[in-house]
Design a protein around this ligand. Sequence first.
Ligand code: TK8
Length: 342
Amino acid sequence: ATLSLGIAYAQTPDLSDPPAIEGEVLGDHGSHTLRMGLGLSDTSPQYLSSRYFADILEQRTEGRITVNIFPNSQLGDDVQMMEMLQTGSLDMSYPSSSPATTYVQELAVFDLPFLLPSREAAIAVMQSETAQRMLDAFEGTGIKALTFSENGYRQLTNSARAVESPEDVAGLDVRGLSVRTMENPVHLSIWETLGANPTPMAFGELFSAMEQGVVDGQENPWSTILTSNFYEVQDYGSETRHVYTPFIMMMSQRTWDRLAPEYQELVQEAARQSAEYEIQLSTEYDDWAREQLEERGMQITRLDDDQVAAFQEAVQPVYDRWAPRIGEDLIAEIQSIVDATQ
Ligand code: TK8
């Protein structure tokens, strides 16, 4: 992008190249052209790693499987695209886990605030048998869930004021911030508890909603705030890291069932390899994107430990309300995986 000042900014950091594609070339098990819809832009780790996924399939089938990728929510938002997977009108998508809780309720454990204190802990959880059980639980929904990867740590941005405390969200003598949330009840609960005015909304509608002042703010990882150009309509950012959101790479069950077993195995392997690459890209993006946003004029507030603790304390009622419904045992299971990484 080139700003009016005439300064050209890099769109991506110095990213690692994808690992070399290895493994045998499969025999002829038919030809497939798959359509994959993404919410994020073509500079996002989500897109770049999906290209790698497509390349693995293409190379290892000598072009018999091709994947056409449609970024920027052009085919629909997360909720709509999951419905399209169910009916078979779309082959693949890559939504956040949060809107997928309508299919697998246990996924809501990822929506609990401040549950995953480090990326290391998050990765351990996503690679655990507990997480695999959640992917398996899509059986019967019309969706084949292939792998978890990283959306990332969510940070609050808004166009009204600098935020460094829950009081700044609620507003003392001014109104509470109106914050767009994902379509997920735990997220709604988090922002209600903080005294904001939350509005669930599809990601694809978010930019213009902020531009038109329908909402003051939103929360997403720095990489998304950069690659979806949110800094153009958001003056303030706060490094709250309040939730770590995974992505889930998905295929329509109908598409999956049409693939030969050899192709199914390849798709599963390529999904895992590309997820690993996605997490790497997302990690490389994170701090870099924050610096880029500052360079582009966003005022970003870092929070010290006490300030983070104040947010953590303020959202305690979210646990009290949701832990019984999500399952105390499940939360304890996740907690023990987290503890093992600390
Ligand atoms: C993109 C979404 C996005 C998510 C959101 O399709 O909705 O805010 O964080 O990344 O999945």
